[in-house]
Design a protein around this ligand. Sequence first.
Ligand code: 7RM
Length: 653
Amino acid sequence: MATESGNTIEALLEEQRVFPSPEEFAKNAHVNADDIFAQAAADPEAFWASVAEELHWFKKWDQVLDESDPPFFKWFVGGKLNITHNCLDRHLTSWRRNKAAIIWEGEPGDQVVLTYYDLWREVSKFANALKGLGVKKGDRVTLYMGMVPELAIAMLACARIGAPHSIVFGGFSAEALADRINDAQGNVLVTCDGGWRRGGIVPLKQMADEAVERCPTIESVVVVKRIGDEASIEMQEGRDHWWHELMESAGLRCEPEEMDAEDMLYILYTSGTTGKPKGIVHTTGGYSTQTYLTTKWVFDMKDDDVYWCTADIGWVTGHSYIIYGPLQNGATTVMYEGAPDFPGRDRFWDIVEKYGITILYTAPTAIRAFMRWGDEYPAMHDMSSLRLLGSVGEPINPEAWIWYHTNIGGERCPIVDTWWQTETGAILITPLPGYTATKPGSATKTFPGISAAIFDEAGNVVPEGGGYLVLQRPWPSMLRTIYGDPERFKEQYWSRYPGVYFTGDGAKIDADGYFWVLGRVDDVMNVAGHRLSTMEIESALVDHQSVAEAAVIGKTHELKGQAVSAFVLLKEGIDPGDTLLDELKKHVAQKIGPIARPDDIFFTADLPKTRSGKIMRRLLRDVAEGRALGDTTTLLDANVVDNLRGQYEDSEG
Ligand code: 7RM
């Protein structure tokens, strides 16, 4: 099984296991033939135009792609549409009007089901409420909420009236929220009195109050009552409005604003290599088109599916693959409010069984946690409804892939490992289930119409081997700019190789043309002149039977430039000790070579992660090198680093 295979990058490339798409699946899949790829490659613009034809447009475009002012590309020039018409109105004239659009499960176990008709009504009403607060087309509206149905309603309401939303993940601090509001400069903030998390209350309104003190542009705050009295919040007269009160008097009809294809749909902030978050700008026509098609093909979305993407809507995955992609397809999309281990470690599997989930889309970090908790939790539930699994957010190590395949997918479900970024708006590298044979650890090949390559430092294409992952042609759902900073947009993505989009990821391509994304290039180490990927060594460590998770950093070293330093989380019940420490060092040396042998390994109870589950190696580097901590605003749990530092210093004497 899993541990028989190496998890290092070299071993990944030697990985012989290929999982052909199951025949049964292929029979009914949306995509099951070659010609689609050939056609899209021969004429990508014609391909994307034919996809856009499947959507509703108030006015058809005059030109598919305008490349006259690179890198400021425009798609479907002159076209007019509204994404909420495609998400809602279009389904009201068919049998889908009473189909479940959103099935929502609250952490305490409460449920809400909104049919397409229900959702259309709620969205129209809140759109009118926003207008009543003075929001006009082009005004930015910040949403700082938990995973409640009102979040979906609010974002669609913004889109309906052409007011770009800026969703700030509900786990961010008041300070981070204020920075984002001030960058986007809106007049309205929508929040909740609080959110439920592991039975406790996330004080969203209190943090919003604190933030708004520093945000002179905010005139109105709309508050969803999720918690009630226990939240003990204060409403500020004249500024704060209860959601339910606004909705009582809001009109039922709100015609969608006719948006230009290139009008802004939303801003979403993402962390860059510097401290200041970047406001990624997405526009309407291309984003609609590509999220629509990728949802349909990558998830093989059908009318009888019950689809669950476990991301938070505060991240791009939630924008594209909980809301816009699925709703444009008329799908049933599930939203869950809370934590995966509350009240028990089987909560996800409980939800799968309860709603008969057929498609599950989650992240490797979650999968590794489930693995660590043990096989008994999924085994408690009937998960035979599942037919397709997805992964996103970071490289998935083959061991986790195989565990997912075996314990969640019952060895029958194809896995789609989907590579994309906030900036790309939609999935770009992925298997198509029913068509692509998968290899554990590889996101496989580009989606039809997309052109990616591996470049070396000088910008030559690497036909087989490692380098930088780049995108060679514009794609419809690409970011258009960084909000308020077009120079940074050019500099960050388009300056390394002229005319080519630089992803910031390192990757390899194998003899079959399969991509293996290794991770951010800023996580690459240089040890005595040898280039090593943190991921490569982490995989080698995780490959050991005692290790649950590992984070590797390059610690500054007098002689070698950098030395390998590893933070290791052991599986439950395994005792750390010097013998194990030596064994792990040997294991890495054996898997990759002596050069990768960690100088030190530190056993820890937890790893500092961002709220979206990415390990913050920068903070580990700070701990290892005894520095003051840098920016920690995206850190999930500040205590983790403090504990780590305490232990680390003790162990160093
Ligand atoms: C969707 C999302 C983007 C970064 C990206 C990669 C990493 C995402 C995969 C992956 C390997 C994958 N947006 N990444 N998906 N690495 N395999 N399937 O995560 O903007 O938050 O992050 O995430 O490094 O550049 S994101």
